[in-house]
Design a protein around this ligand. Structure first.
Ligand SMILES: Cc1cc2nc3c(=O)[nH]c(=O)nc-3n(C[C@H](O)[C@H](O)[C@H](O)COP(=O)(O)O)c2cc1C
Length: 370
């Protein structure tokens, strides 16, 4: 009787084979990871728990891979089955028929920048079911940034890493795989939290790039637009700040040569105060009044009134020295500190603080309140 019940249960499970689908997780956290897919297989539930922890910490869609054949064959801890499936793959790893069938996966990887694989280890290799998914999706995975979490009882994961490299050779690895085993499993939340920042995931690309402009010791921020001109400018600034001399022009701008030539994305622009404009690819204009010309938009000063801008750039007055940076000068102060000795205190704008200055200041490289 018991045997009949088990067979019926097996038949029920088999007939309920379904298409694997993406389950969207609610947005969690504030990371800037680009669209991410977590793909997992779990035989006895450990990887499923890992995915639950992972998706508490990142925003990602989740795709569970399931064997096409269910029921008794895949009863938990059927170790003999694992050996059999892995041996078939080992015998002929380039043949699709060597891989165990999985439920059809109706999920395109288009649009996902990052894929995180969460897989069990079987006999020091990647679980056969996950191998099928990667084998079938080698082309779709190419070019993705991929990270991996491997769950084993105690065995090291180098064999699983080798399998991943064989199955999806054309991906960019985000970093080292995370190994969760029986002795650290209860700590998986903390392990994942520590591991995530070590991974070089692709970002959403929506981050607002800030430009720091300093004139007369006063630093203001601007938000850059997204074009090939700003990309090139930011690339140049990664090598170091740009300092240039700017003169007044036309009663509407402070302009000067950057010493570099950047790509132009010229268009007819009616400027407003605060606009940052690239003129002829090599001059930066800080606008404090209106103008209309065919040139390249770079960005806009953040939260400054026209009066603020005019004072800051010495509108209508003599030349000013402008320093452009992509680093927050408060950080830079901490590195510069070593050059000028101990006990030097700066304002958050990067100027020397007067003795007795109250509020937030930078002291010995640290932001403190006094
Ligand atoms: C077929 C099979 C083979 C396994 N081989 C190993 C092994 O060689 N070394 C090891 O440490 N754990 C081994 N395990 C244990 C699993 O890797 C471990 O329990 C893992 O956490 C299971 O993940 P899951 O619960 O998501 O399926 C094996 C498990 C199965 C089912």
């Amino acid at each position: 009787m018991r045997q009949i019940l088990m067979i019926m249960a097996a038949m029920l499970l088999t007939c309920c084979s379904k298409e694997s689908d993406v389950k969207a997780q609610p947005a969690q956290g504030t990371d800037d990871m680009g669209k991410t897919l977590v793909v997992y297989y779990s035989y006895t539930g450990n990887c499923k728990d890992i995915v639950t922890e992972l998706t508490k910490q990142i925003t990602a869609d989740v795709l569970e891979i399931e064997p096409a054949e269910k029921g008794l064959k895949y009863e938990a801890n059927n170790y003999a089955l694992g050996t059999q499936l892995l041996n078939a793959i080992k015998a002929n790893p380039d043949d699709a028929d060597s891989y165990p069938a999985i439920d059809p996966v109706n999920v395109s990887l288009d649009g996902y920048k990052n894929v995180i694989i969460v897989t069990p280890l079987w006999w020091s290799q990647m679980a056969a079911i996950m191998q099928t998914y990667l084998f079938n999706n080698k082309m779709q995975m190419a070019g993705k940034t991929v990270a991996m979490i491997v769950s084993s009882y105690s065995s090291g994961i180098s064999g699983v890493v080798n399998d991943a490299n064989r199955l999806i050779p054309d991906v960019t690895w985000a970093g080292d795989a995370l190994w969760i085993n029986n002795s650290n499993r209860s700590n998986s939340s903390a392990l994942i939290e520590k591991w995530l920042p070590t991974q070089n995931f692709q970002t959403s690309g929506n981050l607002e790039q800030k430009l720091y402009l300093t004139i007369g010791g006063v630093t203001k921020t601007a938000t850059l637009v997204n074009n090939t001109s700003t990309e090139a400018l930011v690339e140049q600034l990664k090598n170091g700040d740009i300092t240039y001399e700017a003169h007044d022009y036309g009663n509407f701008e402070k302009v000067g040569p950057l010493g570099y030539t950047f790509p132009q994305n010229n268009e007819q622009i009616n400027t407003v105060p605060g606009d940052l404009i690239l003129y002829q690819g090599s001059n930066l204009c800080i606008y404090y009044d209106t103008n209309s010309w065919n040139f390249t938009r770079i960005g806009k000063l953040d939260n400054m009134t026209q009066a603020d801008i005019k004072t800051w750039v010495n509108a209508g007055g003599g030349n000013v020295t402008v320093t452009l940076s992509i680093k927050d000068p408060t950080t830079k102060v901490s590195t510069a500190k070593a050059d000028v000795g101990e006990n030097v205190t700066y304002t958050l704008q990067g100027t020397l603080a007067q003795a007795g200055t109250k509020g937030f200041v930078i002291e010995n490289g640290k932001k403190i309140f006094r």
